[in-house]
Ligand binder design. Structure first.
Ligand SMILES: Cc1cc2nc3c(=O)[nH]c(=O)nc-3n(C[C@H](O)[C@H](O)[C@H](O)COP(=O)(O)OP(=O)(O)OC[C@H]3O[C@@H](n4cnc5c(N)ncnc54)[C@H](O)[C@@H]3O)c2cc1C
Length: 333
């Protein structure tokens, strides 16, 4: 691992100023469970690491604000997963965290860092002799003609088919959550759905954030639709594994006929970014939520999927995942 300078600010302004001063080549570090991994692998080699874990006030989970739940960027995955408001009002968010990583990692890792975790594509994380446009822009994509069982069927390009691996962002996308950031240019808010970029011709640009932008909190609207929600994750083994397919869904049903008045469907494990299936959601509106209707919506969610040589199974598996998630959410309504 390359030598690096280590700085530890105690306030947001100080952190942002330090980041500005040490550009390019500086990185924020929170739990370190992604960044140190990538430094050890040689994928990332920051000259300066700015430890943000001592900044006051960014660990809170605050339900006192009107109409929204505020989650500080330094809140731990395990704390958010077991927060009583999250459990009651956003079960899919809690499940997306419980089903991620391991208890040890969840006790260390923060939600801000979780949003910005990088792909698990073996060519990205592997030896530099493999072509990877994300790691070395312009070098090519070894996954396109190589081992691509875990790769994306939605949102890929000729330059990259790496999956966005996180679980929580998928649930947050379904709930229309927002991210608040601070940089030397001031504060701004953006929807989680717009945080991650599709790879296009520039896969090394993974989010719309500037390199000196600090995530300070996540805000989740308390619209009520989250109560009947579920996060269904299918993986090679039942714990400590990334998703092959996953779905965060939420429904609001009305009357004896269980007609759908609101539906949210977001996909994980199958796309280059957290993937909202808006057409599939619309197809459910006004209908009773039967298994047949759920399956039809699930099929729509995968319309336009482009399977690679080894990952065609993700389309069929993804359709089952969405269907089951919708039926589970219905049981909770
Ligand atoms: C073995 C293993 C299994 C895992 N399994 C899963 C899984 O199944 N599902 C899943 O979702 N995740 C999984 N993860 C990923 C894990 O959840 C992330 O590593 C973790 O959430 C990252 O949080 P952190 O605080 O450690 O981030 P760090 O490693 O500290 O930071 C990650 C990135 O975010 C940046 N960053 C951190 N905080 C901020 C901030 N506030 N503002 C701006 N930039 C910031 C850093 O500069 C860095 O680039 C797994 C990880 C491991 C090692």
């Amino acid at each position: 691992m390359r030598d690096f300078a280590y700085l530890r600010p105690f306030g947001i302004d100080e952190a942002v100023q330090l980041m500005s001063k040490h550009q390019p080549g500086a990185r924020y570090i929170a739990g370190g469970t992604t960044l140190f991994d990538l430094m050890k692998l040689g994928v990332e080699a920051p000259s300066t690491v700015i430890d943000i874990t001592r900044i006051e006030g960014l660990r809170d989970i605050d339900a006192s604000a009107r109409g929204e739940l505020r989650i500080g960027a330094l809140a731990l995955m395990s704390d958010v997963a077991e927060d009583p408001v999250v459990l009651r009002e956003f079960p899919a968010l809690s499940e997306s965290l419980w089903k991620a990583a391991s208890q040890q990692l969840r006790n260390m890792a923060t939600v801000g860092g979780n949003l910005l975790q990088r792909t698990r594509c073996a060519y990205f994380r592997g030896s530099p002799e493999f072509a990877c446009n994300k790691r070395v822009p312009g070098s090519g994509c070894a996954a396109l003609g190589g081992q691509n069982r875990g790769h994306a069927v939605l949102g890929g390009s000729d330059a990259c088919v790496a999956v966005y691996p996180g679980d929580m962002a998928v649930a947050l996308a379904a709930f229309d959550a927002m991210v608040d950031t601070v940089s030397p240019r001031g504060a701004r808010s953006l929807p989680v759905r717009e945080l991650h970029r599709a790879p296009g011709a520039t896969p090394h640009l993974e989010t719309v954030l500037a390199s000196d932008e600090l995530i300070v909190r996540i805000r989740v609207p308390r619209s009520g639709v989250g109560r009947a929600s579920s996060y269904h994750k299918v993986r090679d083994r039942e714990s400590y594994a990334f998703a092959l397919t996953s779905a965060a869904v939420a429904v609001h049903l009305q009357g004896q006929g269980h007609r759908v008045t609101d539906a949210r469907i977001a996909l994980g494990g199958v796309a280059t970014r957290p993937w909202r299936a808006l057409q599939a959601e619309r197809s459910l509106l006004g209908k009773p939520l039967t298994r047949a209707a759920a399956r039809q919506a699930a099929e729509l969610a995968f319309e336009g999927a482009v399977p690679l040589e080894h990952n065609g199974f993700k389309v069929a598996l993804g359709i089952e995942t969405v269907t089951d998630a919708l039926m589970l959410a219905k049981e909770r309504s």
